[in-house]
Structures are given as C-alpha cells and as structure tokens.
Design a protein around this ligand. Structure first.
Ligand SMILES: CC(C)(COP(=O)(O)OP(=O)(O)OC[C@H]1O[C@@H](n2cnc3c(N)ncnc32)[C@H](O)[C@@H]1OP(=O)(O)O)[C@@H](O)C(=O)NCCC(=O)NCCS
Length: 174
C-alpha cells in the first residue's frame, strides 16, 4: 500500500539521509553553486522544525520517493525567480528563522524524485499537494507557488499541483 509521511507521521533521519543522497546524485548539487547543498544538519533541521514539508512516500515499508517544499515570502520568491538570490539563500532564510510556518506567503516546490517503477501514478503531485495543505492548514493564506525547472516532468508536476490547489505559480527565469 502506498503511504505518505504527511498522513502517517512516519519519518526518520535514515529516510532524510536517503533523500539527501539521491538528490545529490540526481541533481548534482555538489557541483552547481546556485543550488542548495543540503547537509546532514539541514536534514535534522527540516525533520525537527518542518516535518510536513518533507513527504516520504512508501510502498508498504519500501521507500519509493519523496517531495520537499520550502516555505518562503513573496519578497524572497521575487528575488529568487529574478535570479537576485540563489536556492541556498532561500534555504538560509528558513534556517535563520526569517521565514517560519507562521509568516510564509509563498511556497517553493523544491524537489521531488520518484522511483522509475512508480512514475505517472500521481505520487509526486499528491506528495506536494498533501504537504502544502498541511502548511496552509486553517490559516487564512493563499500562498504563491514557485519552482526552478529542472526537468520537463518537474514543470508538468508543478502545473498540476497549482491547478489542483488553485494557487498561482511562478517560475525562475532561465
Ligand atoms: C518529476 C517526477 C518527480 C514526477 O513524478 P511522478 O510521480 O511521476 O509525477 P505525477 O504522476 O504526479 O505527474 C503529475 C503530472 O505531471 C505530468 N507528467 C509527469 N511525468 C510525465 C511524463 N513522463 N510525461 C508526460 N507528462 C508527465 C502529467 O501531466 C502528470 O499528470 P497526469 O498523470 O494526471 O497527466 C519524476 O519523473 C522524477 O522523479 N523525475 C526525476 C527527477 C526530477 O526530474 N524531479 C523534478 C524536479 S525537482
């Protein structure tokens, strides 16, 4: 059975380390200076402070993918999509507690990777939608979503998520 950690609450540092390693491999974060280079300490920060932002997706006990969002403000979003700041700056605003779950007004669709055998079943779009709904909760906030296109599939997922949630979507300029 497919489950999402935003529903089960089941997350461990082992899951986070797994997602970090596959992300580094998939996105080459260690060579691109504009990308956030997540450390083990960052994983611990997300797990302790923003667990609903990370959605660990499992089939029974097997890890099959994840989605990760980062809360942001509209000002940071504008700076990021206009290339005035990079992904690491977005992350540091959260880590330094300038952006919190109480004051966010935009949400960065940071990353998603789904096992090849499970793609096109709506898992990453569901993962994002569930996390975003958790963040919004009962707050009277209509955040703008934004992303940095990595693959065409990633762009299509962002489009689908924005459509499902009826939220505006912005893209970082190429
Ligand atoms: C991008 C990725 C996470 C998508 O995961 P997924 O679970 O297969 O995506 P979904 O099933 O939720 O797809 C959502 C929508 O995106 C579109 N889409 C996704 N993959 C597609 C593909 N290969 N071809 C055409 N459309 C695609 C479709 O519109 C789909 O909705 P639909 O099935 O209702 O038509 C997955 O392909 C992946 O891990 N890719 C490698 C890493 C990557 O590129 N990550 C994205 C950037 S962070």
């Amino acid at each position: 059975m497919i489950t999402y950690s935003t529903d089960t609450g089941k997350q461990s540092i082992k899951d986070y380390e797994f997602t970090r390693k596959i992300a580094i491999k998939e996105f080459g974060t260690s060579t691109d200076k504009n990308q956030w280079h997540p450390t083990e300490e960052d994983s611990v920060f997300v797990m302790n402070n923003l667990p609903e932002c990370m959605n660990i997706i499992r089939d029974d006990d097997n890890f099959i993918g994840f989605t990760l969002i980062i809360p942001s403000t509209r000002e940071l979003m504008d700076n990021f999509i206009n290339k005035e700041i990079n992904e690491n700056d977005l992350w540091l605003a959260v880590k330094n507690r300038k952006v919190t779950l109480d004051n966010f007004s935009a949400i960065y669709l940071c990353s998603a990777i789904i096992d090849k055998n499970y793609r096109r079943r709506g898992l990453s779009s569901n993962g994002f939608v569930k996390s975003i709904r958790k963040l919004i909760g009962k707050k009277n906030v209509k955040p703008i979503l934004f992303y940095w296109a990595y693959s065409n599939e990633g762009k299509l997922v962002a489009d689908k998520v924005a459509k499902i949630l009826n939220l505006k979507l912005e893209k970082r300029i190429e």
